[in-house]
Design a protein around this ligand. Sequence first.
Ligand SMILES: Cc1cc2ncn([C@H]3O[C@H](COP(=O)(O)O)[C@@H](O)[C@H]3O)c2cc1C
Ligand SMILES: O=C(O)c1cccnc1
Length: 336
Amino acid sequence: MTAAFSTLNEFRSLLTSAPAPDAKALGEAEERNAQLTKPPGALGRLEDLAIWYGSWRGNPRPEIANPQVIVFAGNHGVTAQGVSAFPAEVTEQMVLNFQHGGAAINQLSRAAGAKLSVHALDLDTPTADFTQGPAMSEDEVVAALLTGWNAVDDNTDLLVVGEMGIGNTTSGAAILNALYGGEAADWVGRGTGVDDAGLANKARVVGEGLAANPDRAGLEVLRCLGGRELAAMAGAIAKARVARIPVILDGFICTAAAATLVAESDDALDHAVAGHVSAEAAHFNVLKNLGKEPLLAMNMRLGEASGGALAINILKSAVACHSGMATFAEAGVSEA
Ligand SMILES: Cc1cc2ncn([C@H]3O[C@H](COP(=O)(O)O)[C@@H](O)[C@H]3O)c2cc1C
Ligand SMILES: O=C(O)c1cccnc1
């Protein structure tokens, strides 16, 4: 199989030439929604979600049969700066836990009726410490994007991506600081639970990371300040955009990775909704910048795709109502 892309520029071209949603299916889904046996608008955001989903699938009466959750794992050189409450070896230990079915995401995927795939990316070779220069070379970031791109199953009709990588809330904060500006302190949070001194240290590290990587825009931000699992999430989300597979975004780190795609192409996340707003302090602001209203606010701060997986049943329920309900004419119910 030839690779879908072998440079960042080729990846960019695929992203910027991705198809729009299906206008005909959109119109027909709106028409169907107006005929269903309920007062207009009574299902609130569920109605918008179902119409949005149908427009991306090119089907005004869609179903969700094959949701896929993918967790990508990577190690970060920046952990040498003491940015996490947990040691770096937890990344690999948690991958084993995912494989044995013992993590939160195993239970949440099963409860959502979703297939779970796990990809560990070069855990023995952490990215470079980004306070010293770029975290990844172009070859490394392209390889990670490709891992994500290729991880999406052909028959997937709803995608959720998430991550495991000790230190990656610092990477996410650095990406967001680079994309949106402001102070490092605006973007760092407690991650796995660092104390006030730990939070100040993370702000220092983000500041040094931006200073050590001065020439950056769009995907270069991902290369310089990201990590392999963040790039893989971006690659999977981009593949879904090209294949018109709707996506539910997870928390802070997933959203930071996704935001680098918007920096390349304004409509790169039109096929994505925000599954939840994480308790990681800055997640709310990223979602505001992206114009995404979260489906859930559960005070979760785990990552692993957990918040996205929890939202799968909301989307499934929206589509079940839209496609399964009777119309006024079919049910013989009088209209207003
Ligand atoms: C046992 C355990 C399971 C996790 N599952 C997700 N994370 C989350 O915590 C990490 C980010 O936080 P920080 O930047 O503070 O290291 C990521 O691996 C994220 O997925 C976990 C963290 C731990 C300790
Ligand atoms: O929102 C997230 O993705 C998150 C927050 C804290 C720790 N790990 C992940």
